[in-house]
Design a protein around this ligand. Structure first.
Ligand SMILES: [Fe+2]
Length: 274
């Protein structure tokens, strides 16, 4: 944060710091951020951190440009005026919020997570630098990495999947399988961090168009109710939901097994997922 402030200062740009985006960012944090944005007459946002600060930044931008309260924008396509110019600087390899059109905010009164989906809330510039990810502790690396894996698997078995999203999803699965363990065990391994940054970005490319499935649907609501880490909720639910999905599109799971390094089983050309 200090480094970025210094760069802005040297460019003669005045910055106001809002450090109020908690994990599982709430409607309260968003309204606080939007109030500061208005009061300080800001005209752009730089979001620094993992999925929570980036989701919060998008939501602050929504309220700043469109008015009302963030809860008014729950759902898809309700943001009419866009958001201020947004630069996202990502420090985790998980959510892909730096480049997606989603923001997930906890409604503190209903204790649920509100997904907000709109192409207009996509960042203008997304920075993914593995140097910024080496200081993540092992538990956060594991949780965020499992979020990335879930995005890729959810997108690969989505009924909205296309050959383009398939290519991104399957490569993401391959990279997570190959590098997540190493990134958890040796956080300073820059190659593992770099490959995980590619993996989470590719998973974001996949689910930004193919969307997600039941793992996220259930994980968001457990997370909203009990304030649990998103990636951990996904990791717990992933095997159970996919055991169910597997009945419908076994050939998709054969592809996933292959991407995860499975060599011994014959891959049958199978039925379509659709
Ligand atoms: Fe996620």
């Amino acid at each position: 944060m200090q480094k970025i402030s210094k760069i802005l200062e040297n460019a003669r740009l005045k910055a106001v710091i809002f450090a109020g985006a908690d994990p599982n960012p709430t409607d309260i944090s968003v309204m606080e951020g939007a109030e500061i944005y208005r009061k300080e007459n800001c005209n752009m946002i730089v979001a620094l951190g993992g999925g929570s600060p980036m989701d919060c930044a998008k939501a602050v931008g929504i309220v700043a440009y469109n008015g009302g309260i963030i809860n008014d924008y729950e759902g898809a396509g309700k943001v009419t005026k866009g958001i201020p110019p947004l630069i996202t600087v990502n420090t985790t390899a998980g959510t892909a919020s730096e480049m997606t059109c989603f923001s997930v905010i906890t409604d503190t009164e209903r204790r649920i997570k509100m997904p907000i989906c709109d192409l207009l809330i996509t960042a203008d510039v997304a920075v993914n630098d593995p140097e910024l990810m080496v200081s993540m502790p092992p538990d956060l690396t594991a949780a965020t990495g499992m979020d990335a894996l879930t995005h890729a698997v959810d997108a690969y078995v989505s009924t909205m999947a296309t050959p383009t999203t398939d290519a991104a999803a399957i490569k993401a699965i391959e990279l997570v399988s190959k590098y997540l363990r190493e990134a958890v065990a040796h956080g300073d391994n820059i190659r593992a961090r770099d490959m995980m940054a590619h993996a989470e970005y590719l998973a974001g490319v996949a689910f930004n168009s193919a969307f997600l499935g039941y793992v996220h649907s259930v994980a968001h609501q457990r997370g909203g109710l009990y304030d649990l880490p998103h990636g951990v909720c996904n990791a717990i639910l992933l095997p159970y939901v996919e055991m169910y999905n597997k009945q419908v599109c076994p050939e998709r799971f054969a592809d996933i097994a292959k991407a995860m390094g499975e060599k011994n089983r014959r891959i049958e050309p199978g039925r379509s997922c659709k």
